[in-house]
Design a protein around this ligand. Sequence first.
Ligand code: IPT
Length: 956
Amino acid sequence: MIPHAWFESLTPSPAALPARARLASSAPELPLDGDWRFRFAERADGPADFAAPAFDDSGWDTLAVPAHWQLAGYGAPAYTNVDYPFPLDPPRVPTANPTGDYRRSFAVPAHWPGGRTWLRFDGADSAARVWLNGAEVGTTTGSRLPTEFDVTGLLVPGTNVLAVRVVQWSSGSYLEDQDMWWLSGLFRGVSLVSRPSADALDDVWVRAEYDHRTGTGILLVSAQSPATVEIPELGLDAQVGQVVHIPNIEPWSDEHPRLYDVVVSTGTETVTVRTGFRTVAIEDGVLTVNGRRVLFRGVNRHEFHPDRGRAVTGDDMLADVLLMKRHNVNAVRTSHYPPHPRFLELCDEYGLWVVDECDLETHGFWHHDWSGNPADDPRFEALCVDRMRRMVERDKNHPSVVLWSLGNESGAGRNLAAMAAWARARDTGRPLLYERDWTCRDVDVYSRMYLTHAEVDAIGRHAEEPLPDPVLDARRRAMPFIHVEYAHAMGNGPGGLAEYQALYERYPRCQGGFVWEWIDHGLRTRTADGRPFYAYGGDFGEELHDGNFVADGLLFPDRTPSPGLLDLKKAVEPVRIALVDGLTITNRYADRGLDHLRFLWTLEDDGAEVAAGALAAVAAAPGGTVDVELPDLPKTAGEAFLTVRAVLAEDTPWAPAGHEVAWAQFPVGAPVVSPRPSPAAAPVVEDGSIRIGPATFDARDGRLVRLGALAVDGPALQVWRPLTDNDRGAHGEALEPRWRAAGLHRLTARVDEVCAGPAGLVVRTRVAAAASVAGLHVRYTWSGIGDDSVRLVVDVTPDGPWDVPLPMLGLVLALPGSLTEVEWFGRGPGEAYPDTGLATRVGRFTASVARMQTPYVYPQENGRRAEVRWASVTERSGAGLRVAGSAPFGLTVRPWPAAALDAATHPTDLAPDGRTWLTLDAGHNGIGSASCGPGPLPRYLLPAAPARLELTLTAL
Ligand code: IPT
């Protein structure tokens, strides 16, 4: 029997130094990032001869640090959600264990101080063994946590040779079953850290509390050496270990991230900690910071870049923070591991509440009823507690971190209790959270994921399902609630955001949530013929994978906001503008007035701006509502809308002046009544055709074939839609199976009547699926209007039993592909479905057909514009078709048919087919969030019920 290998150890890094805070010190650091020599192997048991300084690595490749080797062409990325991609036999791992050997040499700089020198790895996925100048330094475990070693005695003058063996699989992998790509290597920085030999500040903890009743800051700095503590801007001078009360402190919050530099010095070292004063508490079942209830408008953030994976740069992290702030996001859960330390500095600086989550997930044991769960296996206790310790120690100085999370999806277990006990003993200033043990025995906050609106409502009323143990139940029922994952942003959607937000705002106990998730993890790759696309699970030949479940973010992989992020921005906007009897403005900030905003208004008549202005200054205290005088609006003739927007009055660190924070739109003016058109030309029947004004129909089936000069094919009833991820419902109430069982994907139309009479042309069909008794009667009534238009009234009447909602109900027409330009008056500029599109407003918009497509990583229904009054689809010259509805309709324009979109698995499968496909709908089913969670709310379902579309088609 071969003994366990070093990477199967259950003892956390015996040689590692004690965990400590990440500090900005006067002692120098030498980054060892950049090009390293690299050798890849399929197994971890190759000779360690490369550790010898004299080893000849001239035949090796070059790999950057930080980076993942799979993204540089070694091995391959693999994606699984819940499953482990290796057999479960903890702590053993497969013999086939992809391994990267790294080497680099460096010289200690001439000015490098005497004293001690440490070697720090910020992240080695998943375990590393380290040698310096041929001597073994130690091993690491815990991919997303730092490890430091004392290498003082191993350094030599001149050239030093550092050798590192990194393995993909280790005992630690059993604790790292997060829903993401399996990617390995030295993916965060490596540095040499100088430490003074005497009076060093190896670890410093700045605790900065705030008494909101008195405005006093309470500062306590701890360190292992006596040291002075200064806050230069306050003239504060104190000592380590001394509790200092400082009057008139400006507290830290997401809205006002006030930081103070705390300078801690000994004779040999100065450390500067940027601190913020704030006190986190749970008072009467409500989580408060500085005495105020916090409401998390949060997102779950994985570290991701489409080329770099989790080896994110400072710019990537800043981009995330700026995008969050600009979209009214105020909180981040670092799902599901401590982030790069720079990210937390940015959260401190720009103002984001952080739930810092430990690098722990054992989800794959769920498939085995949690039997053998490492989170409950005593052998893993030391590894689990080590991870918690290293996170808390590293991140303890960040004011943005207000909650510690023990991890994600690791069932229940004794090691979670041990982690919690350790954290409580160490840090009394931050409550604990962990979602998957619903008894909440180890934590302070009740959290759940993917609850329905009704379940959140029940929790808000303290009326949730009881726990069997009455003591635990009473304890949990008194806790604040955080919806730690909700609104699964996979593909088109999520629906239901506004309704969740309303619950978080209604019930003090419901303190918001974190949308799953921030960004699609699509890896940029190319087809055989060189066309770029974003890869998901299975695209690298994995045997076991979870497909596109990895692409479920609010940002597309290149960080372009998806429609879902725009909706979230609107749903959580911190200012509410309403027009009921008059205009009212509600301040939903926790802690600030509205003087940083300007309120602008515009009046549009039939989509054209006719007046605009600014409201007088709006003053409202947090939580307050004020009446605001409406501007004098000029008379309008058409359909008029007043839009009021709150924009930043001045530049902020995260967005320029003029950036829109909140808005609302209201119909104003008298309703417009369009005169009923009087029918003109009667049908003419000749040569197998029927003609009405500009329209020509096939006399056999009543299909429109020509309108003026335009070749047309249709309209045909459309009920199916290219399935969304939420329709497929991998982890929710899937509609797809019900729709397929009803045969909705294979409906056919029977022509029952084509009848041309003096009042026009009547075509009757019955649309139904083979083997089904249910059908839809469809009656098309065509009449002429003037020389250039026809009117179409479509009546749909269900026939027989229908017990499923319809995917959609509309008409599809094929037009020549030369019609590439679209203009519409309706909701825009983006897509909208019954329960999405909060970000859309009524106006006149133009877009090319290509631009009307939303590029979901997995192709699916997309691009519908809602509440369209009229639209034109034309060539650049303006020739084409105009459609107007007597009631607003849904508009979708595609360069390919719906069936091609439905069949595609990557955007590169789609190519324009030479026609422009126009869909005009009377309704769509809601989108919901059933890819992981509940489906659409009942009011957003599209029942099979009588429906009418009344349209005028004009040849342009
Ligand atoms: C939940 C996980 O916590 C998260 O990591 C992610 O996988 C998400 O779902 C879905 O994308 S677990 C879910 C199966 C309830």
